[in-house]
Ligand binder design. Structure first.
Ligand code: GLU
Length: 505
């Protein structure tokens, strides 16, 4: 059997981590088995349809590196891949007719008031809430014909059998048995003629030859309805893989507070494709052992449904940052530098930071402005900060002190070294050394500082290195000082030392 899976989003809002994880599982599973991955847009609920959402879904999938071989954008043998268009071709009609004529489905003409009365009654009497038949389930056909002839708005519901055990085979949970009497009769076709998820998804899965259905755990309670429907049509159910919910580190429902956000916000925030894909795929799936950093190829090679845990997956944004830092460090500088430039240049990313933290946005703009005048300086600065940052956005702020005309001094750092006897003398000596030079190497800087240390009887290099760092960057932490000095170059160093003389003397 060749594997065919589908990612079937509803265009009702921005895709979040949970949606993207399902998409990734489909991608990894189909790649592992050399199968086909399909994107199908489930847009039959027109009241929840959000304009532009399908485009955002596609862009999000591309960003995390999910690939598909059939879909609304690429076509394929099961086209069309939007359910609204599928409805338009009339393909659902003969199937619903079959269900009606076999008695597996029925027309129901309950009004909104009648349905809400039913719910109130169930609530007061502590009965299960749902549609368990009402007056229409077993209504004589003459009554149905009358209602139809009168043009009453009606829906078509699935008749869940009574007193049976429905068996759902779930690849993660195993065999699940459900008493059919607790399962209500779902709507298959709404009053506006549109199919519901229950109907359209199951029919499409069959017509598209889907072998495995990866979907969120929230659908497991609907699975018995789906099994009844599939069996009523004489089909074989696909393998259901209900993937566990995702929770925050504190065990509560995942929310913005934990860092959950629209998938594209992760791109705007500066996370690399590799890091986000790796991070999301490992929420609830484990390749075994303690492997964590994995490329898409490695994950596809190792992917196995057995590695999906039934317990909730945990979303830990700190782990994402850690992974992102790792992937940033792995990049050759010739690839990383243009990436940081393009990231910082992108107005969408700048706008994102403008609302989150305007200082980051302005540092990004400074990086881009400096690149236009002196790309080598920016590349060297990126190379030095590569070891330290955990996102593309951080390069702006981390490198900022290289690019500014006047550094901003950290008052605490100044306080520590201001007035120390050797500092003014040292700054003068270094000013003299750098004046008139056009470039300086890392080793020249190192020997300059060491010579001063020895000549002035210091046991350690600390009292030399630390105030020089403050003088040149305004900060107490940063990349290796000698490398930093070589990148800044004599001209900038001279200007900064002169100003530092005023601040630190
Ligand atoms: N359209 C459904 C959703 O977005 C998909 C569920 C499924 O994959 O079957 O939740």
């Amino acid at each position: 059997m060749s594997v065919r899976v589908r990612y079937a989003p509803s265009p009702t809002g921005s895709p979040h981590v949970g949606n993207i994880r399902t998409a990734l599982f489909n991608h990894l599973f189909s790649r592992h088995h050399g199968g086909v991955n399909i994107v199908r847009i489930e847009d039959t609920d027109r009241s929840r349809y959000v304009e532009g959402c399908e485009e955002e879904i596609i862009e999000s999938l591309q960003y995390v590196g999910v690939e598909w071989q059939e879909g609304p954008d690429v076509g394929g043998p099961s086209a069309p891949y939007r359910q609204s268009e599928r409805k338009g071709t009339g393909l659902y009609q003969p199937i619903i007719d079959r269900l009606l004529s076999s008695g597996a489905a029925y027309w129901a003409f309950d009004t909104t008031e009648e349905l809400s009365e039913m719910r109130d009654y169930q609530q007061i009497n502590k009965q299960p809430i749902g549609y368990y038949g009402g007056v229409w389930r077993d209504a004589p056909s003459s009554k149905v014909e009358e209602a139809r002839a009168a043009g009453l708005p009606g829906v078509i519901r699935l008749k869940i059998p009574r007193d049976e055990t429905i068996v759902v085979d779930d690849a993660i949970r195993g065999r699940v048995e459900i008493a059919s009497n607790g399962v209500d009769d779902p709507v298959l076709i709404k009053a506006d003629g549109m199919p519901t998820y229950h109907f359209a998804a199951m029919v499409d899965d069959q017509l598209m030859g889907i072998t495995h259905v990866f979907r969120g755990e929230e659908w497991i309670s609907s699975a018995p309805k789906h099994v009844v429907l599939i069996k009523a049509l004489g089909w074989e159910p696909p393998v259901f893989v209900h993937v566990p919910v995702i929770k925050g580190k504190d065990g509560s429902k995942l929310s913005k507070r934990h860092g959950d956000t629209a998938c594209l916000d992760f791109r705007r925030a500066g996370f690399l494709t590799e890091a986000l894909a790796n991070f999301i795929a490992l929420i609830g799936w484990s390749p075994g052992g303690d492997r964590e950093l994995m490329t898409m190829d490695e994950m596809a090679g190792a992917f196995d449904i057995k590695g999906i845990q039934p317990s909730p997956g945990i979303f830990d944004i700190e782990k994402l940052s850690w992974m992102n830092g790792n992937y940033i460090r792995q990049k050759p500088i010739d690839e990383l530098a243009p990436m940081v430039r393009d990231y910082s240049f992108c107005s969408e990313n700048q706008a994102y930071w403008e609302t989150k933290n305007p200082a980051v946005a302005s540092a990004m703009r400074l990086l881009v402005g400096t690149w236009q005048k002196d790309p080598d300086l920016v590349k060297s600065a990126i190379g030095l900060e590569q070891e330290r940052v955990t996102s593309l956005a951080e390069f702006g702020t981390a490198c900022e002190f290289f690019f500014v005309d006047e550094v901003t001094f950290d008052p605490k750092a100044v306080e520590k070294w201001k007035g120390q006897e050797h500092v003014p003398k040292m700054l003068d000596a270094f000013l003299e050394f750098f004046s008139g030079k056009s470039s300086v190497s890392t080793s020249e800087c190192e020997s300059l500082l060491r010579q001063f240390q020895e000549a002035n009887g210091f046991d350690k290099l600390g009292p030399i290195v630390h105030p020089v760092r403050v003088a040149l960057s305004g900060k107490t932490v940063g990349p290796g000082l000698f490398e930093m000095m070589s990148v800044l170059g004599p001209e900038r160093i001279v200007r900064r030392l002169e100003r530092a003389k005023e601040v630190l003397a």
